[in-house]
Design a protein around this ligand. Structure first.
Ligand code: FMN
Length: 325
């Protein structure tokens, strides 16, 4: 699959997730086999206003390539300006969020709100394409609701505008995260356009990844399952290559990953913020392990890295006693 100079066979992408896929978590997932990374979405209005917090969100590191910076907004001039600002941050491509369902975005004719007004959708995407020399990609949903599924028309429109790849979260805006993602649209999209199609929605296991590729899509994007089990990328790649399932990571590996994540987090954000923002990942690393919930409950009360690491190591040793290593 090609997006400009990025060329990967059957890429596994880490979905953009606000307050989750920061540089630290992206690095962890890259180490576990995520081929394609995206930043969390960044507001174009905030970027053109030079808002420090949003500018931090679009910082990308050289070793994150291939990576896309994702922007959103409902004002053409701001989107055009934001595309140029995002380009200067040095990603491989710019992704436009046309799928966010939350009220404050979708009701302002941005994110999934664009699915209700395709003239506006076209103008926003055209503005971004004008604003950058980098390849532009789009991430969207099937339509606003079950009575207005427009994804095939949208795909044709985007291809005409020069968009280089389309990611589809196979739900409507009104579904939010409810109900099931309908992957059957992916094969119909492949019959409709020739730009790469990346499938997204409800991919939870390596077998799901293989089943989604069976629809004919070019890439598979994983969101919430990566938060719960970041090693899903490694497992899925192995399954695609061999048809066999890897053993789940041992307690040892999980503790090592956890400590690595915490250290990266503290190095990037400072002690207190680094520890606090790391906590949301604990349920993923410790989920399903004997006494994992109890240890997590203890760890979320600690504000410094050293005692967290100490407790994790102690847990590893306790694990040796109950045979979980
Ligand atoms: C906490 C959270 C934050 C999200 N933030 C973004 C975002 O910034 N940009 C975006 O395009 N989608 C965002 N999404 C949607 C995901 O990228 C993805 O489309 C959705 O979760 C469905 O995929 P999944 O079933 O693999 O999780 C977010 C989802 C979650 C759960």
């Amino acid at each position: 699959m090609r997006i400009g100079s990025v060329d990967i066979d059957r890429p596994l992408a880490l979905a953009p997730m606000e307050d989750v896929t920061d540089r630290v978590f992206r690095r962890i997932c890259r180490g576990l086999g995520a081929d394609l990374l995206y930043t969390e979405f960044a507001s174009s209005d905030a970027l053109v206003r030079d808002a420090e917090k949003t500018l931090r969100k679009i910082r990308v590191d050289e070793d994150e390539r291939p990576i896309g910076i994702q922007i959103f907004g409902g004002v053409e001039e701001a989107m055009e300006g934001a595309a140029a600002i995002a380009e200067a941050a040095g990603p491989d491509f710019i992704d436009i969020n046309c799928g966010c369902w939350v009220r404050k975005v979708a009701m302002r004719e941005a994110g999934a709100g664009l699915l209700r007004d395709l003239t506006k959708f076209r103008a926003i995407v055209a503005a971004v394409v004008r604003g950058t020399r980098l390849p532009v990609t789009v991430k969207t949903r099937l339509g606003w609701d079950d009575n207005s599924i427009v994804i095939l028309e949208v795909a044709r429109m985007l291809e005409d505008l020069g968009v280089r790849a389309l990611t589809v979260h196979c739900r409507t805006r009104s579904q939010g995260h409810r109900g099931e993602a309908d992957w059957s649209w992916l094969s119909r999209l492949k019959e409709t356009v020739s730009i790469p199609i990346i499938g997204n929605g409800d991919v939870n296991t390596p077998e799901d990844v293989a089943r989604m590729f069976d629809t004919g899509c070019d890439g598979v994007m994983i969101g919430r399952a990566a938060l719960r089990r970041p090693w899903i990328f490694r497992e899925a790649r192995h399954y695609l290559r061999t048809g066999e399932l890897l053993d789940p990571p041992t307690l040892n590996e999980r503790v090592d990953l956890c400590v690595r994540h915490l250290r990266l987090s503290v190095a990037a954000k400072g002690e207190r913020k680094g520890v606090i923002e790391f906590r949301k990942h604990l349920s993923g690393y410790l989920g399903g392990l004997p006494r994992g919930a109890k240890v997590r409950a203890e760890l979320v009360r600690l504000d410094e890295a050293a005692p967290v690491i100490e407790r994790l190591r102690q847990y590893r040793e306790e694990g040796a006693c109950f045979g979980a290593v």
